[in-house]
Design a protein around this ligand. Structure first.
Ligand SMILES: C[S@@+](CC[C@H](N)C(=O)[O-])C[C@H]1O[C@@H](n2cnc3c(N)ncnc32)[C@H](O)[C@@H]1O
Length: 223
């Protein structure tokens, strides 16, 4: 057999922690501002549950590839992912991000105002299920879901309406905080993630795949 044929594979290589370190070392970093945001968020008592720099890079690249101008996010926390996504939009682009916790939303607003994308992110305070119905059909190019997992089916249905046909839908934590395949997971949201993954896999209205980056990221085309 030719050496070139032996290198071809119909299955994926096993990815280890070393592979992720290799990927991270060759991916654009988060920069000083987002690194500082994480320090300020920790000092303010916010939990360190923001996306990784590598995931932020992938999301920014995907937004650039689909020419996104408008993005809807559920789950702002301190604004890390909203700012990272806004960096993938043109100067007149906008991220509308929804956060149920008023203190976290206030923190995020302060960070956005001090960032290089001030004016490109609007933080909405409220529950995703209450705020999303206010967005018009086809008014966004992309969506990112990163909030309570039991709410994901409702957020997906809303985002399928809000995101234009052919737009991008990304959903975080497909690997359920690393506990997806555990027989006795300790996190109460694992069963909701499993059910959502099955829903996405069976959804004929989206064409998606779980990308094994961060805690598993659903990347799907709407329609
Ligand atoms: C994992 S964090 C988001 C992290 C953020 N996307 C980032 O990477 O920087 C999830 C956030 O969703 C918020 N959240 C939880 N339930 C929500 C709901 N029903 N509607 C809107 N936000 C919610 C939480 O308060 C929390 O700040």
């Amino acid at each position: 057999m030719l050496a070139s044929m032996r290198r071809m594979s119909s299955s994926s290589s096993q990815v280890t922690a070393e592979h992720f370190a290799y990927v991270a070392a060759r991916t654009a970093g988060e920069g000083d501002f987002l690194a500082g945001l994480k320090q300020r968020a920790a000092a303010a008592g916010l939990p360190a549950i923001w996306i990784s720099p590598e995931q932020a890079s992938l999301m920014r690249i995907l937004l650039r590839l689909c020419g996104a101008r408008r993005v809807v996010e559920v789950g702002t926390l301190g604004g890390y992912s909203a700012i990272a996504m806004a960096r993938g939009l043109p100067a007149d682009g906008r991220v509308d991000t929804i956060e149920i916790d008023a203190d976290r939303a206030a923190f995020a607003r302060t960070e956005v105002a001090a960032s290089d994308v001030a004016g490109r992110v609007e933080v909405h305070v409220g529950a995703g299920a209450d705020v999303l119905p206010g967005f018009a059909d086809g008014s966004a190019d992309a969506a990112f879901l990163d909030a309570d997992k039991s709410g994901y089916p409702v957020y997906l249905a809303e985002c399928r309406r809000i995101v234009r046909p052919g737009g991008l839908i990304m959903v975080d934590n497909a690997f359920a905080f690393g506990q997806l395949l555990d027989e006795t997971p300790s996190d109460p949201e694992v069963s909701a993630v499993r059910a959502f993954n099955d829903l996405m896999a069976a959804d004929e209205g989206t064409d998606g795949i779980i990308v094994p980056i961060g805690d598993g990221l659903w990347v799907a085309v709407n329609g």
